[in-house]
Design a protein. Sequence first.
Length: 235
Amino acid sequence: MPNLDAAATGLATKANSGIKAPSDLAGKTLASPQGDGSRQLFPLFARINKLDEGSIKWINVSPELREPMLIRDQVDAISGDGPTIMLNMRALKVRESDIRIIRYVDYGLDLYGKAIVVRPEYAEKNPEVMRNFIRGVAHGMAGLITHPDAAVASVQKRDALLQSDIEKARIKMTLDWAIVTPNVLKNGLSGVDLARLDRSLKQVAEGVQLKTVPAVSDVYTDRYLPARDELKIPQ
């Protein structure tokens, strides 16, 4: 069950950098934490957008150095999850208007985001547990959308160091970018387009160089979804 209908992977650059589209990245220097998902998918992003990857220099950095290096003009762009980068920038007192995000989903990578994952044998033995768990996720998502203050307060019970304004901004960005999409507004959570999922699997397999492309039936089933009405989100 995808609970993010669109992936938030992409690149970030300064708004005044002149980098507005993939073609503008030619000859630039980019930074990425090792193993970052956006970095792993960059070769596919480059190929789809006819960008010469060989013209780009990559620097591996620790996660805490990624945004500061961009701010200091030590690199031209960085890779990562869009909301995470933007909230890190806010913590560094950088205005959102000073940063431009280039989202992969806007440039040919029609990818789903995060999902609920379970071992098939467990799901088969516990179908009602699965349905109730998914009901709980949908209920929690509805609460997150309608009562973000309460959602943040709940998380702060587990991590008192979280800052309310930053977490509420994280919620809004994630909702706007990845959860409250036209598809979800129309069909509810996990309204999966099987053709789109097949394309996504093929793109990810190519991007991370899998030897075998998983079949849709290998990674997704709607067998344990509750009634579609229970998966609707507040509008």
